[in-house]
Design a protein around this ligand. Structure first.
Ligand code: 1PZ
Length: 214
């Protein structure tokens, strides 16, 4: 199979999420952001119709990268150290977004919710029939996750954009993991790591009652 010109391969994204996990069950920030940057490259390869999505995600990734290159970088080494630091320093607002619009905790929470969608979407894709519609898998996983946090206008725009998604096999080939069958195998192997990252983060946020940060 011909190499894609941009050298994109979903394998690196999945490897990054695997690399987030430490023996202490913490989540490392740098590979987490690397995984997200890879996802955005993939999203951009699907066409400009998803620009409004990637723009928002990029803004959030950049907020976190800024913390990682600031004087406080060590505080943001893992999601756990970030939560501890921001809570102890009064950098998180539990009620009003305006007070801490760029807190790491609220920013990561948005990406975390999107990771739930991604996990369900890729699992749906992996276990679907060859003639399944990507747009249906995508809409179903979106409605079951992220849509609950989005206002009507965003839900509408997202659902419209999903109609532009390529067919299941073209989508799998776009991941550059080999044939659709090989891509499905790879997803089966790698998705448990994405799920683990999601679970650990969910537990962390639940423990600190931060699942609804404004
Ligand atoms: C393969 C098809 C890709 C479809 C992507 C599915 C997600 C649709 C989400 C549309 C959201 C876009 C607009 C911005 C919404 C923001 O208001 C919210 C909340 O942030 P706040 O306003 O509170 O600061 N942002 C989000 O929910 C984060 C969304 C990130 C989505 C990243 C998707 C990555 C896709 C990877 C594709 C392989």
């Amino acid at each position: 199979m011909a190499e894609r010109q941009d050298g994109f391969c979903l394998r690196e994204v999945l490897a990054a999420f695997r690399a987030c996990l430490t023996a202490e069950q913490t989540v490392l920030m740098d590979p987490y952001l690397r995984g997200w940057n890879g996802l955005i490259r993939f999203l951009n390869s699907l066409g400009t119709i998803f620009s409004f999505v990637s723009k928002d995600a990029v803004t959030k990734i950049q907020i976190m990268e800024k913390y990682r290159s600031s004087d406080q970088r060590e505080r943001y080494e893992t999601l756990q150290t970030m939560v501890e630091y921001e809570l102890a320093s009064g950098l998180v607002s539990l009620k009003n977004r305006g007070e801490c619009p760029e807190s790491g905790c609220r920013t990561i929470l948005r990406l975390h919710r999107a990771l739930h969608w991604l996990q369900m979407f890729l699992e749906g894709l992996r276990t679907s029939q060859e003639d399944s519609k990507t747009s249906v898998i995508c809409t179903d996983s979106y409605n079951a996750s992220l849509a609950n946090y989005h206002p009507w206008v965003i839900r509408k725009a997202a659902t419209l954009a999903f109609c532009a998604l390529p067919t299941r096999n073209a989508f799998l080939e776009n991941m550059n993991l080999g044939t659709p069958e090989e891509a499905v195998d790879m997803l089966g192997e790698a998705l448990p790591y994405v799920c683990k990252v999601y679970e650990i983060t969910e537990e962390l946020y639940a423990k600190h009652k931060m699942l609804d940060l404004p």
